[in-house]
Design a protein around this ligand. Structure first.
Ligand SMILES: Cc1cc2nc3c(=O)[nH]c(=O)nc-3n(C[C@H](O)[C@H](O)[C@H](O)COP(=O)(O)OP(=O)(O)OC[C@H]3O[C@@H](n4cnc5c(N)ncnc54)[C@H](O)[C@@H]3O)c2cc1C
Length: 381
């Protein structure tokens, strides 16, 4: 069977690229190894798919070459995707910080992509295996031999293997002599070591607003305590900038000061004006003088205030790919055209979406990269 374009991977980037190429009259096949397409879209955004962020720009992405994503993002903006969503009558809302979510369910985005593909005759085959790829391109698959002029790899990253993630794209890149940068989990909960784990593990479930800083990033969002460490948007964001051994600094009272005042005798009671009481109890058990507030010296008050605004925490590690929303690293951008996502060394071979070394922050940025890179390739395949 001969096609103009074969797309391997029926996720966000693969489906959107297929529809874009199909609209140009190309004969397109999507090969997805799961039994159905768009599994990550389905669970994304807590089931409501945070499908874009209206503020998306190159500064919201991490890559060996921070300028690489600029061209594709500029040529297919969040507003372009919103126009598509609106043309399908999908109701959506902004939750916070430019993040756009479906009012209903993520399923609506999958149905939209499938309808876009169907309207231009894109063929989609699920449940098959690509056994090998030879230049030309010739694919040996579980449903026979297939050929195409353009081959698009849209197999995503390594996180959430239970939803079909594989290293297929990285293997193909290496097979064709392209480099793959170091891979690690991103947007992932961090785990605590003792004694912090013993103290904070039992208060899992509480959350509070914080500002968290590393040498490479700075985010003001909420922190969620888990039974293994810390999660929540602030932690997921900073995790992409965290390396083993790094300490993170937390401001647990951003923009506030502790109102030491006569009459208040216990530090946990005072701090529970700002934090959940269980968190205040746990934090104070480790970090404040264990005596009534009335007996604290000025120096002890100052030290507590300083520590609350600059609390250094060392983490044991991350919860790894099973809990990571994304994979940092991927196909080295040095081997790809930033305009078309085509390999510089293997004409006709394209890499789009998360398989490329471009990783967005939390908040709809990763889908926007999937749409924009898919569009850039879909216009030329
Ligand atoms: C729990 C969770 C929630 C998320 N929420 C959001 C969110 O709200 N907003 C946001 O912007 N991002 C979110 N993300 C990140 C986002 O889902 C990904 O960045 C995005 O899906 C990447 O698109 P992609 O098409 O490159 O890869 P994917 O969507 O992962 O698609 C890759 C596809 O390729 C298939 N595949 C893999 N190997 C093969 C193979 N060998 N043969 C055939 N098919 C193969 C996979 O089964 C999959 O269908 C979330 C991720 C997770 C895990």
């Amino acid at each position: 069977m001969k096609y103009d374009v074969i797309v391997i991977g029926g996720g966000a980037a693969g489906l959107f690229c297929a529809a874009t190429a199909g609209r140009r009259g190309r004969r397109v096949l999507v090969l997805e190894h799961n039994d159905r397409v768009g599994e990550k879209i389905q669970i994304s955004g807590g089931g409501r798919c945070n499908f874009t962020n209206i503020h998306a720009g190159p500064d919201n992405y991490i890559s060996g070459n921070p300028a690489f994503c600029r061209s594709a993002l500029a040529r297919f903006s969040p507003w372009d995707f919103l126009a598509l969503v609106e043309s399908h009558g999908i109701a959506y809302h902004e939750k916070t910080l430019g993040q756009q979510f479906c009012n209903g369910s993520s399923r609506e985005i999958i149905e939209m992509l499938l309808s876009e593909c169907a309207s231009v005759g894109v063929e989609i085959r699920c449940g098959g295996l690509v056994k090998d790829v030879r230049p030309g391109f010739h694919l040996r698959t579980s449903c026979g031999e297939l050929c195409c002029d353009s081959l698009v790899i849209a197999t995503g990253g390594l996180s959430f293997a239970k939803l079909g993630a594989s290293d297929f794209g990285h293997r193909i890149a290496r097979q064709f002599g392209m480099k793959v940068t170091a891979l690690r989990p991103g947007l992932v909960p961090l785990t605590l070591a003792e004694p912090d784990l013993r103290v904070f593990g039992p208060v899992s479930g509480v959350s509070l607003p914080v500002r968290v800083r590393s040498q490479r990033g700075d985010f003001e969002e909420s922190l969620l305590v888990t039974h293994r460490g810390f999660s929540g948007p602030a932690i997921l964001q900073i995790s992409s900038f965290w390396n083993p051994g790094d300490r993170l600094a937390f401001d647990l009272l951003p923009g506030k000061t502790i109102p030491f005042r006569p009459g208040c005798t216990s530090a946990p009671a005072l701090l529970s004006e700002f934090w959940p009481r269980r968190f205040a109890d746990a934090w104070c058990s480790l970090h404040v003088p264990q005596k009534p507030l009335t007996m604290w010296s000025d120096r002890e008050r100052r030290q507590t205030e300083d520590l609350a605004h600059n609390w250094p925490v060392a983490f044991a590690g991350t919860e790894g790919y099973p809990k990571a929303e994304v994979t940092l690293g991927g196909v080295d951008t040095g081997g790809l055209s930033s305009k078309t996502l085509e390999s510089r060394t293997q004409p006709g071979l394209f890499f789009i979406g998360e398989v490329v070394d471009v990783t967005g922050w939390l908040g709809g940025y990763n889908f926007q990269w999937a749409w924009a890179s898919a569009h850039a390739a879909g216009e030329v395949v």
